[in-house]
Structures are given as C-alpha cells and as structure tokens.
Ligand binder design. Structure first.
Ligand code: SDX
Length: 428
C-alpha cells in the first residue's frame, strides 16, 4: 500500500507528514519531523490523541470494549489460560508450548529467592506504613543489589531481569504484608504454582483452590493495558537506560494514585462510606455528578473504554462465584449488592450515559480481594504485582527497538518573556 500522507497548510506554507499505519485501531500522523520542518510542536495534555510508541503487545478498542494480549481476547485467556502462561505471552509474543511453559515457570520459581536485607528493610517502616511505599523501597533495595549487573543492551541481562521482577515483586508484596501484620516471613514453596505460592507467602497456609484461581485470573486481567500511566512511566524512565528495577519502582509510584491503580482501594472505601451513611445509592450518584463535591464514582470511567471494561465483566463473575461459596455471613455481600445498585443507577443516568462512563477494572476487584482476606491498602500492591508482567514486557519491547532513544517531550511555554533582575530593595 503506498504510504499515505497528510498536508498541513498555514501562512501559505505547507508541510507533508506521513501516516503511520496500524494493524488495528487508528493510524497515526507521524509528527516527528513537524518541528524540524515547520517549527511547530504538537500540544496534547493528558496524551488523549497521542501515540507515544509503536507496540505489538496489547490492543484495546475503547468503543467496542475489546482487550487482547498479543491478539488473544482477554475472555479466552481468562477462560482457558493462567497468569504465568499470559506473562510468557506478553514477554515473547506467542503462547508457549508445554515445554516452554514449564521452563518459564521454573525460571520464575528459581527467582523467588529474594536477596537478603529485604525483610530487614520492611522492618524499618512504621507498621501503619502504606505497603505501596514499602514496595517502592523494596524495589530500590533490589536495584542496589542488582546494579553491578546493569547492562540494558544485553539481551540475556534483560530477560533475566524481566523474570526476576515478575518473581520478586509478589515476594516483596508478601513480605510487606507479613511485617505489617506482625508475622514472620514465609519462604516461597517451590511445589506451588505462581499465584498459590503468592497466597501461601501472604497467609502462611496452602490457599483454598478457589482463592488461587480467583487470584490467578485477577493477575491475568491486570497484567497489561497498553500505554496506561504507569506503563508509560516505566517506558519513559527506562528510556534513560536506567535499571529496569528502578523503572518498575517508578511505575509503582504512578500506579499508586487513586485515578489509576489506587481506585480499587477507593471503591471499597466508597462502598463502605455509603453503607455507614444514610445516603442512598441514588443520592450518592447525584453527588458524584456535582463537580463541587469533588467526589467521583470510583471504579467508573476510563480514558480509553467508552463501553464496559471487559475486565469488569469477568471480575464481576468471579465475585459471584466466590461469594456463592464464601458468602455466608460475609460482610462483602452487602458491598456487592451496593456495587450492583450503584452500577444500575449510573448506567441509567443521563450524566454517565452521555459521558460513556462504565465500570472499569477496579469496580468489583476490591470485593474479591476483601473476600480473600486481603487488607484494603494491599489492593494496589496486588495490582502492581500483576502489572509487573506488562511493565517488563513493554520495557523489553522498547529496549529491543532499533529506533530506541530517550524520551524527552517538549512544552508550550506560556510564561514570562525575558525581563531583568530587580534588586531586593527595589521590589515592592
Ligand atoms: C485504571 O489507563 C488505563 O488503562 C488504566 C487502567 C489500567 O489497567 O492500567 O485501566 C487502570 O486506572 C482504571 C481507572 C481507575 N480510576 C478510577 O476508577 C477513578 C474514577 N475515574 C476517573 O477519575 C476517570 O474516569 C479516569 C481518570 C479513569 C479517566 O479520566 P479522563 O479520561 O481524564 O476523563 P475526564 O476526567 O476528562 O472525565 C470526562 C468527564 C468529566 O465530566 P465533564 O468535565 O465532561 O462534565 O466525565 C466525568 C468528568 O468529570 N467523569 C466522572 C468520572 N470519570 C469521569 N464523573 C464522575 N465519576 C467518575 N468516575
């Protein structure tokens, strides 16, 4: 297909820009020469219309509510796959054979032995410290341990670090939990699969198979999501050729925010707040429409999805399955009912319909985590442990790109033009 171009004309001058073609989704106007050719920057706060890179990892269609990892629909992966297989797929681009899967799982298992000092580091924190802060510190400690090996242009180094991060972020998460709950650390059990081992390190016992399955699917569903804020942070941070461990620590910092990964924690706080108050679901929805209230319907809305987040549907089903078996006297059952009522109220409210605001991945996930006994402030840590596969997959893709270069956005300067210094005694 001949290369498509687009012409920009102003002031009698024109510039021709090429169109970068996609395999699915919007094509892109390649503006990398715009400044050189015409002296203009492009302006796109929040990157609503900006593709930061080419990627073959994850495809999202926000209007249709589609999510595919390397072309495979998330529904099929959740139905028939598991998290470790999905991590292999994200990193390598193809589903593994049995032998490849066994080898990969063993490589991950062999990296769960975390360097000494991590437990002592956790103990330096207040017991009430937020576990996302502890996770960031734990990663900074690992970055120091692995710094002598830093060689980001060596493929073997990159693959080894990708496996280390996938294996060791959950271990740091479990260490933080054990310390904060006044318990000794639990060593990884090489006989268990990835997510059962994680729950075992958290709770010190072999988990209920239903909990293992629910956690595995949650990890799978949270593994990657294109160029979201934390993944973009990992890419930009990694583009300076820094350690991938440091870049993932930056991703954790970004994911922590309530507009991003921190929303799962905020959803439960919202559901509990509604319960504790005598505010009806309808009244609460009204509040979230009022900008002055500075309250949003947490777990609703998405920059890309203008339809139901496919992950939310799958997570809602896990909620049902879990509460069907563990619902007796479970305080989360009324939370699920409230969540369902909120969803119905919002989906039938003009404000949400017009703005195409639907439940996102965070709306129901907290109910599952709570049912499994995972404390509220650990929710985003679980998200980070799952998203590490996506973060390292994007880091690997970026570092292998022949056109790799450091990311350095420009700006539209709107500050003062030049002015002269005023001596202190001359200022009024
Ligand atoms: C994740 O990017 C990813 O892929 C992220 C993620 C991933 O897997 O990595 O999917 C994970 O972060 C999911 C999102 C979790 N965050 C929340 O649930 C927090 C609540 N949602 C929002 O704050 C908001 O919807 C965002 C941050 C998710 C999206 O923000 P946008 O795209 O910048 O949308 P916006 O703020 O411009 O909102 C558009 C309009 C505004 O109203 P108007 O100015 O047009 O009148 O919709 C309103 C907003 O006020 N709006 C909401 C709302 N979300 C948007 N109003 C009430 N409740 C909400 N939740």
């Amino acid at each position: 297909m001949p290369e498509r171009k687009i012409k920009l004309t102003n002031g009698g001058k024109e510039v021709e820009l090429s169109i970068a073609e996609s395999t699915e989704g919007p094509a892109a106007v390649n503006i990398s020469n715009l400044y050189k050719k015409r002296g203009y920057f492009s302006l796109d706060p929040g990157f609503v219309s900006t593709a930061s890179c080419r990627s073959q990892i994850t495809y999202i269609d926000g209007d249709l509510g589609l999510l595919r990892y390397r072309g495979y629909p998330i529904e099929q992966l959740a139905e028939s796959g598991n998290h470790i297989e999905t991590a292999y797929l994200l990193l390598n681009g193809e589903l593994p054979t049995q032998n490849q899967l066994d080898t990969f799982a063993q490589e991950i298992r062999s990296e769960t032995k975390i360097p000494s000092g991590s437990w002592e580091l956790m103990q330096a924190f207040e017991k009430e410290a937020h576990p996302m802060a502890m996770l960031m510190a734990g990663l900074a400690h690992l970055a120091s341990i692995y710094h002598s090996e830093l060689d980001v242009f060596d493929e073997a180094y990159r693959q080894r670090m990708a496996r280390r991060l996938i294996a060791q972020v959950p271990v740091l998460a479990a260490l933080g939990y054990r310390y904060r709950t006044g318990q000794d650390p639990v060593d990884p059990d090489p006989e268990l699969d990835f997510t059962s081992n994680f729950l075992h390190m958290m709770f010190g016992a072999e988990p209920d198979p239903l909990f293992s399955h629910a956690t595995d699917i949650l990890f799978l569903l949270h593994a990657d999501h294109e160029q979201n804020a934390s993944t973009s942070t990992v890419r930009l941070s990694g583009s300076s050729e820094t350690s991938p461990v440091a870049a993932v620590a930056a991703g954790v910092a970004t994911l922590w925010g309530p507009s991003h990964g921190g929303a799962n924690e905020a959803v439960i706080q919202m559901l509990e707040e509604i319960h504790a108050s005598d505010v009806s679901v309808e009244e609460y929805v009204e509040q979230t429409k009022n900008k002055e209230s500075h309250t949003r319907l947490m777990g609703f809305g998405h920059r890309v999805y203008k339809n139901y987040d496919p992950r939310a549907k799958l997570i809602q089903k896990i909620c049902y399955d879990l509460l069907e078996k563990h619902g007796e006297g479970n305080p989360n059952c009324p939370l699920l009912e409230t969540a369902m009522a909120l969803e119905q109220a919002a989906l039938n409210d003009e404000y949400f319909v017009v703005r195409k605001l639907y439940p996102n991945v965070d709306f129901y996930s907290g109910i599952i985590l709570r049912t499994m006994g995972i404390p509220l402030d650990m929710f985003t840590v679980i998200f980070a442990a799952a998203r590490t596969s996506g973060w390292v997959a994007h880091w690997l893709e970026m570092m292998a790109d022949k056109q790799f270069r450091i990311g350095r956005p420009r700006q539209l300067y709107t500050g003062h033009t030049q002015r002269d210094y005023v001596a202190l005694d001359q200022r009024d």
